[in-house]
Design a protein around this ligand. Structure first.
Ligand SMILES: CC(C)(COP(=O)(O)OP(=O)(O)OC[C@H]1O[C@@H](n2cnc3c(N)ncnc32)[C@H](O)[C@@H]1OP(=O)(O)O)[C@@H](O)C(=O)NCCC(=O)NCCS
Length: 171
């Protein structure tokens, strides 16, 4: 998988009409997927919410969202379609969220992750996320704790090239 090129992708704000496709990716990504209503509520009721989709050839292949409150951003959701994983698109998405949060005034970004989610933890580590607390029994499906992680914005270090189309979009 590592030899596969990173597909050319574009980003835009999530819209309510995207939710059926988002729900398909959500269902293949999480043991307790958000309902369509949860996404609609975020898009229409939460003025701190910022949700984006990542498209490849006009098709949504990933999405992510966060709440941006003053100088802090809280990532609420991030996923890549299962048939697009392992091609650095999760990193593209994370970089896009972090870049947008920074431009909106955030200097720090936080999220929760399962200890068992090795892929996500590896990805977050590359963006400089550090563990800074535990939410005991946070995940309702299996009672797993959540690791609370924080990183500074803008992102720097190992994945900076993911923000640069010449390196991050190898086509
Ligand atoms: C987590 C997720 C978004 C990562 O997206 P992805 O496109 O597969 O990841 P990328 O190809 O961009 O890889 C980014 C980094 O993740 C890590 N990673 C990716 N695939 C991995 C694997 N199979 N095993 C271990 N680490 C892996 C690596 O550190 C990688 O960096 P590298 O390419 O420099 O080695 C994706 O796996 C996903 O949607 N998972 C289900 C939803 C989820 O768990 N979301 C996070 C909730 S906290």
């Amino acid at each position: 998988m590592s030899a596969a090129a990173t597909p050319n992708v574009t980003f835009r704000m999530m819209r309510c009409e995207d939710i059926p496709r988002i729900s398909v990716i959500e269902a293949e990504s999480f043991p307790t997927p958000w309902s369509e209503h949860a996404f609609i509520s975020e898009l229409t009721q939460n003025r701190f919410a910022h949700y984006i989709v990542m498209e490849h050839e006009g098709r949504i292949v990933g999405y992510g969202g966060m709440w941006v409150l003053f100088d802090e951003a809280h990532v609420t959701n991030i996923a890549v379609a299962s048939d697009y994983r392992g091609r650095r698109l999760g990193a593209r998405l994370m970089m896009e969220l972090g870049t947008r949060a920074y431009r909106m005034g955030a200097s720090r970004i936080t999220l929760e992750v399962r200890p068992s989610n090795t892929v996500a933890r590896n990805m977050y580590a590359k963006f400089g996320f550090q563990p800074n607390g535990i939410r005991p029994g946070y995940y309702s499906d299996n009672g797993e704790d959540a690791i609370i992680m924080w990183a500074n914005l803008p992102f720097d270090g190992g994945l900076r090239e993911a923000d640069e189309p010449s390196a991050g979009q190898k086509g």
